[in-house]
Design a protein around this ligand. Structure first.
Ligand code: SF4
Length: 443
């Protein structure tokens, strides 16, 4: 039943946080559409404003609250405000008390039924968010969530406490969603999960990620050109997964390694696997097999007990690993985590200084890896158009959407979804300029 555009109620969904939240928002949108609502042009014209919150660290929580208050102010009279996502799940009643502006605070179990708040009737059908269909994609790439939750217990991380244990989707259901996305024009799939390499372990089938990649690679004749994986726990960066990633034509050699530190002592305190030497060995061996491989990682700085020499170990690791991209985060003690009450905290000013030192080592490395691409020919998926110049903007296999830099095709004409071969002409910080040499696809 298609809703009457004149009378249908309108919604606006605002998404904060990580790519996994973006997938949930897509599915919330699909459920609202299935309930007969239509997308509003913006928040101020919506009858229902949904904020998909993030609870990752204190600054993310504050941003979620600030955005909710700002959207609440912009609401038209009578419009409802619903808070959902990680903060709603983790701090449900506290959040409801702190933000009386919200008409409802809905945890994960209710995310597929948000329209109920305004429609005041029970929704029908399947409402498991992980399995809900999603709205038609508006970009030539899309996140695809293969599992929810996490079975590990990293000392700093609260995710398992509110996302629960890992729950892998079936390969059939993932393939069906991938096929739907590809048939709707998506040519790059970005596979996400809290701990993607453990996909299938909870269903008694460890090592299922490589077979899943084979299954998705078979969508190439339908238009799938790239598969990208995010969040690889380092102990799982080994064969047969690595061979599969390097051999399958659609899977890009982009390694998003969740390393967090290089000191084995600090990693053990974080209740994590590995050491700088092991990480370097894995990175070197992948580079030897695939010189085009790109690497990203995140690190926590100022974890309790982090000594000066451990911090120096991290700096030396960064210099040796020469990662293309790296993010650094100050440790934040999270409720319900093992690290919450650890003694020996690192003073905030020392953490800030260490963060600066990490950036001082990493920024020139990232810049050099971008400069090294000047003069090379690359394959670009055009994602959009630059507002100021009108030039197409896209990404090669080295840039994950919404996370890394982008590439601008100077003076070219190509629509989103087009694949363009281009020569890199300059590097501007994390971004690249390029000139098109050939175009194919939906230009
Ligand atoms: S693997 Fe990732 S999601 Fe799981 S507990 Fe560790 S940091 Fe959190």
């Amino acid at each position: 039943m298609s809703p009457d555009a004149e009378t249908a109620l309108r919604f606006h969904v605002e998404t904060l946080g990580c790519p996994k939240n973006a997938v949930d928002s897509d599915k919330v949108v699909a459920s609202l559409l299935a309930d007969g609502m239509l997308a509003a042009d913006d928040a101020s014209s919506a009858d229902l404003v949904v904020v998909n919150t993030c609870a990752f660290i204190e600054t993310a929580r504050q941003e979620s609250i600030d955005v909710s208050l700002a959207l609440s102010d912009r609401r038209k009279p009578g419009a409802k405000l619903v808070l959902t996502g990680c903060m709603a799940e983790r701090y449900g009643s506290e959040l409801a008390d702190a933000l009386p502006e919200a008409d409802a605070v809905v945890g994960f179990a209710g995310e597929g039924s948000i329209a109920e708040v305004v429609l005041k009737r029970k929704p029908t059908g399947v409402r498991d968010l992980l399995e809900l269909p999603r709205a038609k994609p508006d970009a030539p790439w899309a996140y695809l969530k293969v599992a929810e939750g996490c079975d590990r217990a990293c000392a700093f991380c609260a995710i398992p406490t509110f996302r629960g244990a890992q729950r892998s989707r079936t390969p059939e259901s993932i393939e069906a969603e991938a096929r739907q996305l590809v048939e709707a024009g998506v040519s790059e799939l970005v596979l996400v999960a809290q701990d993607i390499a453990w996909y299938g372990r909870d269903t008694g089938q460890p090592g299922s990620l490589a077979p899943l990649l084979h299954r998705l690679d078979a969508l190439a004749p339908h238009g799938l050109r790239r598969i990208r994986l995010l969040y690889l726990y380092p102990s799982e960066v080994k064969d047969p997964l690595i061979s599969t990633m390097l051999e399958l034509p659609t899977v890009v050699p982009y390694f998003d390694l969740s390393l967090q530190h290089a000191s084995a002592t600090r990693l053990r305190a974080m209740k994590r696997w590995g050491s700088g030497d092991r990480f370097l060995a894995a990175i070197d061996s992948i580079r030897a097999r695939e010189p085009e491989a790109a690497f990203r990682s995140n690190f926590i700085v100022g974890f309790p007990g982090e000594t000066e020499s451990e911090h120096d170990e991290l700096l030396a690791f960064l210099a040796a690993a020469r990662l293309d991209w790296a993010g650094f985060f100050a440790f934040s003690p999270e409720d319900g985590t093992a690290a919450q009450d650890l003694s020996d905290p690192v003073p905030a000013d020392l953490t800030a200084a260490r963060l600066r030192e990490c950036s001082e080592v990493q920024d020139p490395i990232t810049a050099a890896s971008r400069d090294a691409l000047i003069g090379t020919e690359v394959e670009v998926l055009v994602d959009g158009i630059d507002d100021e110049t009108g030039d197409p903007v896209g990404r090669t296999h080295r840039e994950a959407p919404e996370i890394d830099g982008v590439l601008r095709l100077e003076g070219a004409y190509a629509r989103p979804g087009a694949w363009v071969r281009a020569t890199v002409t300059a590097a501007l910080g994390p971004d690249l300029l390029a000139s098109a040499v050939a175009r194919e696809g939906a230009a």
